[in-house]
Each structure stands twice: as structure tokens, then as C-alpha cells.
Design a protein. Structure first.
Length: 112
């Protein structure tokens, strides 16, 4: 099952008997397709997979490019993380990201 999270660029790939939630964030100049080979394995290992497409990394018009900044991306992340938290409140969550996003979002979660 794959579902877009309302009003956001998050996608959920569900596992029938998930024990954990993993949040995948692509790198700068990438998109969610960069994770496509990992998703089947994560599902087999018992993960619900949340996949973020940061705004501006696909399908954005030239005029819209100038409206995208780090604050917009942080809000994209916060919205999806909160959805994962409320949808699966009892499951542990893990963040996996590459590029500088991993450190940025990790700091956000820790409040630094």
C-alpha cells in the first residue's frame, strides 16, 4: 500500500505487520526514487516506510523555485514526521537521510 499524505509530498509504503517506522529523506538534487531499491527490503524487515519528496525537487515551475527555501523543507519534514508519530504512536521511528539533510533534520528532532 502506498498513500500520499494529505497536502504534503510524503508517501507511505505500508508493511502488513510492521514493528517500526523508517523515515527516508533524499539528498539535495535527488528525489524519492533514489530509495526505490531499498523499500522492498525495508518492508520485508518489518518497516512502515515514509518517503519525503522535498518541495522543489520535482514538478516545480520556474516561478515556484524562488519560493522554496530551507524553512519550507523543514516544514515538509515536520508535517510528515508528525503524521508518522500520530499514525503509529507506539512504534519506534528511525530517520535515514543522506546529504546534509540527515544532520539538519536530526538536529531539528533533538531541538538543537
Amino acid at each position: 500500500m502506498s498513500a500520499a499524505i494529505a497536502g504534503n509530498k510524503w508517501f507511505l509504503v505500508s508493511s502488513k505487520k510492521a514493528l517500526r517506522v523508517v523515515i527516508l529523506i533524499h539528498g539535495l538534487n535527488q528525489n524519492p526514487a533514489s530509495w526505490k531499491d531499498m523499500i522492498p527490503a525495508l518492508k520485508r524487515w518489518g518497516y512502515h516506510v515514509y518517503l519525503l519528496c522535498l518541495k522543489g525537487h520535482r514538478g516545480l515551475t520556474v516561478d515556484g523555485i524562488f519560493k522554496v527555501n530551507a524553512e519550507v523543507w523543514l516544514q515538509n519534514f515536520i508535517d510528515g514526521y508528525r503524521d508518522a508519530e500520530s499514525t503509529f504512536p507506539l512504534l519506534p521511528r528511525m530517520l535515514v537521510a543522506y546529504s546534509h539533510w540527515g544532520d539538519l533534520f536530526r538536529r531539528l528532532l533533538k531541538g538543537n
